[in-house]
Ligand binder design. Structure first.
Ligand SMILES: Cc1ncc(COP(=O)(O)O)c(C=O)c1O
Length: 395
């Protein structure tokens, strides 16, 4: 069989199983209501645009100014000739936001994770990772020569076991998502901080879904859980709550960041962030610093949405995060439900294996501060209706 026919036959199998991912084209900016090509206007319930900043006028204006004053691109990586004053400013602002010493920007958080482990953890070291960590962490860890241990999702006894099993390593890095993106659940950071300290391990949190979302001031999962300032280092993204465009970073102790600037391959060998993104991100951080009412609004919307759906018998996974998973079980059914919801004007994604474990397919709703009560009520009614039609509503 030729390569292409192998690929074609696998695609056929996915099509027959009803598990092919579809890409729909938006004709409008990202927002609480979008126009989907061929479908018309729908309520957006599947975007990481948590604070509704993706089309915020102040951010668009800052990005346009960035392009005007600093150009479209730098045609270089950071260390050759791709560093502008605004890159330094953004790194400084991110450090202030996280209460850390220093920050290094990457093209994405994927790149930040890809560039972390292989750089800091060598053969004599160990990396200990939650089994549900994001794909970028899994792939990033694969690239490292260090010994690898996985512990069961949020299971602190199993984390202790993994630490005991690696006690002969020179250095140990414990890595967790702040928020697990398919679950909307939070890592038990207070316990992790004390366990990591007890074992002399270095704790890193990927707070991509916590940054701008959790904590009173949107400073993330550690702020939410009362351990702000106690995490050794973070990776996170500029591509979700902070404007939703592109870019990621690692932030933590100065010596870590200095080292990454010298040795981290995606930083050394991939282009610098474009000025529009840098200035847009600076504007997003400034907005959040001045006024955390969007964070409050996001929490109110989330609480309302979760409560209403639950009261209607929809099987919502408990939590506080604007990622609201609705457990369905069967992948084809979850995807069929998402298609039906789109026809009814609600854009929500269905996820199945291998994105989530076999038999745990789900719809994943994501709430934004930009949703109005009316948007949420319409979405809630449609979801409850479709859940009833597909026989997944509690009796
Ligand atoms: C936990 C986590 N880490 C990293 C990433 C990748 O972020 P980026 O889009 O900036 O590469 C994501 C994006 O989905 C994520 O959810």
């Amino acid at each position: 069989m030729s390569l292409l026919s192998t690929l074609a036959s696998e695609l056929d199998q996915m099509a027959q199983a009803g598990t092919l991912k579809r890409e729909l084209a938006l004709k409008t900016p990202q927002g609480p209501i979008v126009e989907v090509e061929g479908k018309g206007e729908v309520i957006m319930l599947t975007s990481n645009n948590y604070l509704g900043l993706a089309d915020h006028p102040a951010i668009i204006e800052a990005a346009a100014k960035g392009e005007h004053d600093f150009g479209y691109g730098l045609a270089s990586v950071r260390f050759i000739c791709g560093t502008q004053t605004i890159h330094r400013q953004l790194e400084g602002k991110i450090s202030e936001f996280f209460g850390t010493e220093e920050t290094i920007l990457y093209g994405s958080c994927w790149n930040a994770n890809e560039g972390l482990f292989q750089t800091i953890a060598l053969e004599q070291d160990a990396i200990i990772s939650d089994e549900l960590n994001h794909a970028s962490i899994i792939d990033g860890i694969r690239l490292a020569k260090a010994r690898k241990e996985r512990y069961k999702n949020r299971d602190m006894n199993d984390l202790r076991r993994a630490l005991d099993a690696t006690k002969d390593a020179r250095n140990r890095v414990v890595m967790t998502d702040g928020v697990f993106s398919m679950e909307g659940s939070l890592a038990p950071l207070p316990e992790m901080v004390s366990i990591a300290r007890e074992h002399g391990a270095f704790l890193v949190v990927d707070d991509s879904h916590g940054t701008g979302v959790l904590g009173k001031r949107g400073r993330g999962t550690p702020e939410e859980l009362g351990v702000f300032g106690k995490i050794d280092a973070y990776t996170s993204t500029l591509g979700k709550a902070l404007g939703g465009s592109h870019g990621g970073f690692t932030t933590g102790p100065k010596v870590l960041v200095d080292y990454l600037r010298q040795k981290s391959r995606p930083y050394l060998f991939s282009n610098t962030l474009p000025p529009a993104v840098v200035m847009g991100s600076l504007a997003a951080l400034a907005l959040l610093e001045k006024d955390s009412s969007l964070v409050t609004r996001l929490r109110e919307n989330t609480t309302y949405f979760r409560k209403q759906l639950t009261s209607k018998g929809v099987n919502v996974r408990e939590g506080i995060h604007p990622i609201v998973p609705i457990l369905i079980g069967d992948t084809a059914k979850a995807i069929a439900m998402s298609i039906e919801l789109l026809d009814r004007g609600v854009y929500v994604s269905g996820f199945g294996f291998p994105v989530v474990p076999q038999g745990q397919a789900r719809l994943r709703c994501q709430i934004s501060a930009a949703h109005t009560r009316e948007h949420l009520d319409r979405a809630i009614a449609a979801i409850a209706d479709v859940a009833q039609k597909f026989g997944v509503l509690a009796a």
